[in-house]
Design a protein. Structure first.
Length: 115
């Protein structure tokens, strides 16, 4: 969940940052700070980020923390959780089960993925 709203996400342990689609940031009414970051995705031209949403309350199951999100124009996913999330939440990804385990916090928690 992001700011008390159930949200579908892509977890990409190779992504350098957490990313948020600009319309999702707008619907969540997040305050953005200006940033000079440029992001280059495979098969796309580099694009400037729209802004940075800082310290956004985020949780999955029993894990909860505040994450920063670079806000971009994206067309595939509303939210991409990258290395910042996987390190803070101490994520283990089980591709053959389509699950991930969150080991950060007081207890471990499995999250079932959707195909």
């Amino acid at each position: 969940m992001i700011d008390d709203i159930m949200t579908r996400v892509l977890v990409d342990s190779r992504a350098t940052h957490n990313f948020l689609y600009e319309r999702k940031a707008s619907s969540l009414q997040l305050k953005l700070t200006q940033t000079s970051n440029k992001i280059k995705a495979i098969n796309f031209e580099a694009q400037s980020s729209i802004g940075l949403a800082r310290q956004v309350k985020t949780w999955m199951g029993v894990w909860e923390d505040k994450l920063n999100f670079l806000v971009l124009q994206m067309d595939d996913f509303d939210i991409i959780l990258g290395a910042d999330f996987t390190i803070k939440a101490k994520i283990g990804i089980f591709l053959h089960y389509n699950d991930l385990i969150i080991c950060g916090g007081d207890q471990s928690y499995f999250v079932q993925g959707a195909m």
